[in-house]
Design a protein around this ligand. Sequence first.
Ligand code: NAG
Ligand code: NAG
Ligand code: NAG
Length: 291
Amino acid sequence: MKAVSILSVIGIVGLVQNYAQAAVPTAIFHGFGDTCIFPGMWEFTDTIANLTGAYAHCVEIGYGSVTSILENFETQAESACKSVQENPNFQGEFNVLGLSQGGLIARHIAERCVVKGKVRNLVTVGGPNMGVSATPNCFEGYFCNILNFIVKNLVYFSQIQDLVGPAGYFRDPNHLEEYLDYSVFLPFVNGEKKGNNTEAVFEKFSTLNSALFIMFSEDTMIYPKETAWFWQLQADGTVLPVNQTSFYKNDLIGLRALDEAGKTQYVEFEGNHLQFTNEQIRDVIAPVLLK
Ligand SMILES: *[C@@H]1O[C@H](CO)[C@@H](O)[C@H](O)[C@H]1NC(C)=O
Ligand SMILES: *[C@@H]1O[C@H](CO)[C@@H](O)[C@H](O)[C@H]1NC(C)=O
Ligand SMILES: *[C@@H]1O[C@H](CO)[C@@H](O)[C@H](O)[C@H]1NC(C)=O
């Protein structure tokens, strides 16, 4: 009699565990100049749905590619948040996964968007998590130096912040004061500045179930490439590992707490920006979405 009741208790615990481990839906955010209806995004979303055995949805932001380039980044993030709030599949626990600048949108959802349920796992693939500090594909050389000079001197004007999406995550170590004063997006999602819905950032981020940050070894789209791992470009041109930054030491968003809980993975993929294979999706990305 006793044995039976113990068995049934074990059975119930098993059921509860199985239930807890059932995959949750995944919200996917595309990158700069992309849109959910491009074949690449459509196929990627389908692949994630197949591998997790759960609903996966590419959340469109405004009009897709044009919006991702030509709209204030904070506005893009808020519009993504609204779409997530309105989607009946994202009312409980769900994952967020972002490609390139979509990684920052994914973090906005995990950290600042007020949702009914909770973000469970976070994946950023080639995400400019600590911002970018040069124009894509143009890091050095005569022409690029001129272009970067112009960009660095105009980027924090409010018209540019309003008109050019990526300006919202441009972080120039030589103009940190302007960045903190005028950047419309990154200082908030990185906990450097308080704003709308930033009170709960630490609580939300540090209690994620799992997070994966993927960097590309030959990335020519985001500079420095290590921004994907939250490493920080310094005024002298060196790149500081995340655990030596004040962002990490003061644990502005809870990344350190999540690290110390053993819930983060920092992975490098060989190749240029977003050059990943189906095997990498299956073996590296999908398992995190199933945690
Ligand atoms: C997802 O699975 C369905 C059904 O098995 C299949 O038809 C489809 O091709 C798969 N999609 C991808 C992108 O692998
Ligand atoms: C704060 O939220 C309000 C209402 O949603 C919005 O109008 C405003 O632009 C937001 N401000 C910032 C700095 O995000
Ligand atoms: C910082 O991280 C590096 C790996 O990127 C590691 O080798 C080093 O021990 C860490 N330092 C501290 C102080 O945790």
